[in-house]
Design a protein around this ligand. Structure first.
Ligand SMILES: [Zn+2]
Length: 176
């Protein structure tokens, strides 16, 4: 077996990670449910899947969010990517029942507060990007069994990031 290094993984390419339109589900249009189901995401998404990412089915709304994240991770664009992804995040993980699911540190955070801790937006952004990276490395290494496990973690981080973005916007009166 060839030694797996970061370089060989990167060189493995990104083909097939995102499948949309006629490419998705190998052309089979049988309706699959969206995979998103994390507790923080409000449980099972009830929309039908319209695309695949890492061979996992997603609805249009959750698909747009993971696609934005995957592209940012692949192109190492994390620094500039948050603004571009914020709209997809808050749309994918809306705040209707915020008080039930939001991380306590996020709820407690005042917008002018200067604690020694990183802002929840930064914490959950990093968690989401790291998980996306692990998903890509699992994919490249042919370890597909790991993807659904990591996806659930990613959903939790994405939902909490969306809540932190929405709350920060609420507290500062600025748009997300
Ligand atoms: Zn969905």
């Amino acid at each position: 077996m060839t030694q797996v290094t970061m370089e060989t993984l990167e060189a493995g390419g990104f083909d097939g990670i995102i499948k949309e339109g006629a490419e998705a589900f190998d052309g089979d249009r049988a309706p699959l449910p969206c995979f998103v189901h994390h507790r923080d995401a409000g449980g099972w998404c009830e929309r039908g899947a319209t695309m695949e990412a890492y061979e996992i089915p997603f609805c249009e709304v959750h698909g747009a969010e993971i696609k934005a994240g995957i592209l940012a991770e692949i192109y190492h664009d994390a620094g500039n990517a948050l603004e571009a992804q914020a709209a997809a995040l808050v749309r994918a993980y809306p705040v209707a029942k915020l008080e039930e699911r939001v991380d306590p540190e996020t709820s407690a955070r005042g917008h002018n507060e200067t604690t020694g801790n990183a802002h929840p937006v930064d914490i959950f952004f990093a968690a989401r990007m790291h998980t996306l990276r692990l998903m890509r490395l699992s994919w490249s290494a042919g370890q597909h069994w790991m993807l659904e496990v990591l996806e659930e973690k990613r959903e939790g981080a994405s939902a909490q990031l969306a809540f932190a973005l929405a709350l920060r916007a609420q507290k500062t009166g600025e748009p997300v």
